[in-house]
Write a protein that binds this ligand. Structure first.
Ligand SMILES: [Zn+2]
Ligand SMILES: [Zn+2]
Length: 442
């Protein structure tokens, strides 16, 4: 018998944890952290989980025997397959038994290692001792009676994959997070084509943007960036996701085109340093003339920070004061946690802030966002929101489902699966609205 159980990603964006059982073989597709659930109960650093049992009690960690390292029972899962490195798909591997192998793309393994080295190990983030086995498109990985075929897709982080899972009941398709309006739509299209050719029984499909959509792409985004950068007389401050390498490249190209230097933060620099071996990513070198690193005013540097400084050389580091002196020469990446640097940068009149990540989607982000607005208001800096989503848009999603043409669609990573179901209800497939933790036999 083949069955599917969804322990996360049900009625919410992120936290995907999908268990597939085929006879004696069990695998998990993604093992992500649900940020919504954590936020419902905790507010770190003062109200933070102290141990795993609390997380089990609250359902933040689902009760699955034989999966967690703090559980003495024998392994019940043969392998975990990660679609990509975003923590809402990978974060809970922290709790996995170290004897369970974690399959992922090479880039995902590098990004997770960079996150692990540049973050403090904590109850909820600890990848030490995990065994990463890397795959690439075209590989076929046999685990017991299940065969998994990873195929690249385009998403807002490099190294994202969809999976075609061959089981004794038929093929299942898992999209992970994907889009067809990014820099490389052909990757996602190749995945969909292959998925369709398998005549799959079921498609586990993301639906992040099912109710709210936009028509734009990375190319249009660069044009918008250019128009803002071109006409800004002061310093340009910007924020975007560290691991969104396409976005970094867009900012880099625009900086260069406008004869400005892109000043990234040191965490971002470390990630680029780790990813430099992946030539396909075409990442600008940290030694490039148009890339500099922002040195924040602080007393101690971590070991990984020193590693970067000795690689690039002291000349590549810029303090807030140095940025202040030549403001029109820079685009400075300034995350919400770097805002105090504004006191040293002292943005001159005519400076701008570009927010290039999603709008606040919850209360906590709203609070962060309000703080950002307060800082910007203090200096009289307008903010431009220039962003395109990492997730597929509704009409393209319909086309994708039509092309794959599965018998069943399981919407995941979606706040409104009912709307998803209605939007595709005229297609021949049947949409299944999921109950979290219920086992669906196929
Ligand atoms: Zn996600
Ligand atoms: Zn993602």
């Amino acid at each position: 018998m083949v069955s599917l159980t969804f322990f996360g990603g049900v009625g919410e964006v992120g936290g995907n944890k999908i268990l597939i059982k085929d006879g004696d073989t069990s695998i998990l597709l993604d093992f992500g952290r649900s940020f919504n659930l954590s936020r419902d109960y905790y507010s770190p650093p003062y109200l933070a989980p102290r141990n795993e049992l609390e997380l089990l009690e609250l359902g933040i960690l689902p009760r699955i025997r034989g999966v967690y390292r703090f559980d003495d029972s024998k392994e019940s899962v043969d392998a975990v397959f990660l679609s990509h490195s975003h923590l809402d798909h990978s974060g809970h591997i922290t709790f996995l038994k170290r004897s369970i192998p974690v399959y992922c793309g090479e880039t995902t393994a590098l990004i997770l290692k960079a996150i692990s080295r540049t973050s403090r190990t904590s109850l909820e983030l600890n990848f030490n001792g995990l065994e990463f086995r890397t795959f690439r498109t075209g590989d076929k990985i046999q685990v017991g009676s299940i065969e998994v075929e990873p195929i690249h897709v385009d998403h807002s982080v490099p190294g994202a994959y969809g999976f075609i899972v061959h089981t004794s009941a038929g093929s299942l398709v898992y999209t992970g997070d994907f889009r067809v309006h990014g820099i490389k739509p052909e990757m996602s299209l190749e995945f969909l084509e292959k998925a369709g050719s398998e005549k799959p029984l079921a498609m586990i499909c993301e639906g992040t943007n099912i109710t709210k959509a936009e028509v734009s792409d990375e190319k249009e985004l660069t044009e918008k960036l250019d128009s803002v950068v071109k006409s800004t007389p002061g310093v340009i401050l910007a924020d975007f996701s560290k691991s969104d390498i396409d976005r970094l490249r867009s900012f880099y190209n625009i900086a260069k085109q406008n004869d400005r230097k892109l000043v990234i933060n040191i965490r971002q620099a470390y990630l680029l340093h780790m990813l430099r071996e992946d030539k396909k990513l075409k990442i600008p070198s940290l030694k490039d003339d148009f890339i500099y690193i922002h040195r924040k005013a602080k007393k101690r540097a971590y070991r990984w920070e020193n590693e970067i400084v000795s690689f690039v050389g002291e000349d590549k580091l810029l303090s807030g004061k140095e940025i202040e002196e030549d403001q029109a020469s820079f685009i400075v990446v300034l995350s919400l946690y770097d805002l105090e640097e504004l006191v040293r940068i002292k943005p001159r009149p005519g400076s701008c802030y570009i927010l290039s990540s999603s709008e606040p989607v919850n209360e906590e982000m709203e609070l962060d966002y309000n703080r950002l607005l307060n800082w910007l208001g203090h200096y009289g800096i307008p903010h431009y929101h220039i962003h395109v989503s990492g997730h597929i848009m509704p009409l393209q999603l319909r086309t994708a489902i039509e092309e794959v043409n599965p018998r069943f669609v399981f919407p995941v990573h979606c706040e409104n699966p009912e709307a998803f179901g209605k939007f595709v209800s005229d297609l021949p497939c049947k949409t299944v609205l999921l109950d979290k933790g219920r086992e669906y036999s196929l």
